[in-house]
Design a protein around this ligand. Sequence first.
Ligand code: NDP
Length: 331
Amino acid sequence: NRQIRLAARPVGDVKAEDWEHVSAPAEAPGPGQFAGRTLVISLDPAMRGWLDDRPSYLPPVGLGDVMRAGSVIEVTASNHPDFRPGDHVVGAFGVQENVVSDGKGALKVDTSLAPASTYLGALGMPGMTAYFGLLDVGALKEGETVVVSGAAGAVGTMVGQIAKVKGCRVIGIAGGPEKCALLTDELGFDAAIDYRAGDVKRALREQTPDGIDVYFDNVGGDILDIALTRLAMNARVVVCGAISQYNNATPVKGPSNYMSLLVRRARMEGFVVFDYAKRYAQAAQEIAGWIGDGRLKVKEHVVKGTVDDFPETLQMLFRGENVGKLVLELA
Ligand code: NDP
């Protein structure tokens, strides 16, 4: 059983030496357990935070432990009443070829309705993040102006498209002309701003003449600070993530323009998607409906390889090399 384990706590960027590649014997399932083989592994920016030894919404991955990751597996043997060989199951099974599980937190998925990868993307954690972040935390209303950063990523592509379904004007911020073209030409965004190309502040001013009602922030740092200067009255700033800060060896760069929250009577609120677990099924059903009637397009970036490719694939997120949901599909 090939596994990727955490060898050292990274300082700044994650390095190859921070991981250990291990071949462990494959285990048989005990009473009440099932065994399975991994089909596809999710790559998430949050993984960077799980490597640090500091308090967060989940405990850090322990040194020497198999790296935590969401994945879809196929059950190969089972002593568990709810899981049969051949079932496809999504759960936090870690970066390894073979898994043994007691089924806690695991969910059977139907891969005849959508590919396994989609249960890690549009119908999985990023889809839920976009849905609840935008509609619950962002309290989005029809006709509002939405700006989303990290717009061409797993969460961002969903945020923008859900906002369009809800009848809003949507501006995406992303890196590079290809990503921006994707947003406007394929995904129905009203405008896209390439933050690597030039003056984001001016572009955002031009694109939001009436201000921003909901700013959905995936990146933090300078882009958050610029968005704060464009808030409309009673705006909502949804703190989903801050990927520009995750590899900092120095403290997070805070927004200096936060006083606009006062002037604009706005609020800024963070959330963790796991708190909405009881409502996932209902949200997934609604998202599946939008996919089914063509109002929402699923963007996935599938890297084919082995678990040994995990460390290099994870880095793609921090270099902006993925478009849509990044997954590692095992051969
Ligand atoms: P993405 O698919 O969006 O991948 C990350 C993207 O971030 C890259 O493609 C890149 O796009 C962009 N990026 C990387 N570095 C920088 C930088 N320095 N400045 C600006 N942009 C950068 O990942 P996800 O959709 O999975 O996650 C998006 C955000 O949502 C993350 O911050 C994540 O932590 C957060 N999240 C939060 C959850 C919650 O419960 N609160 C749950 C799930 C995700 P580009 O080429 O445009 O730079």
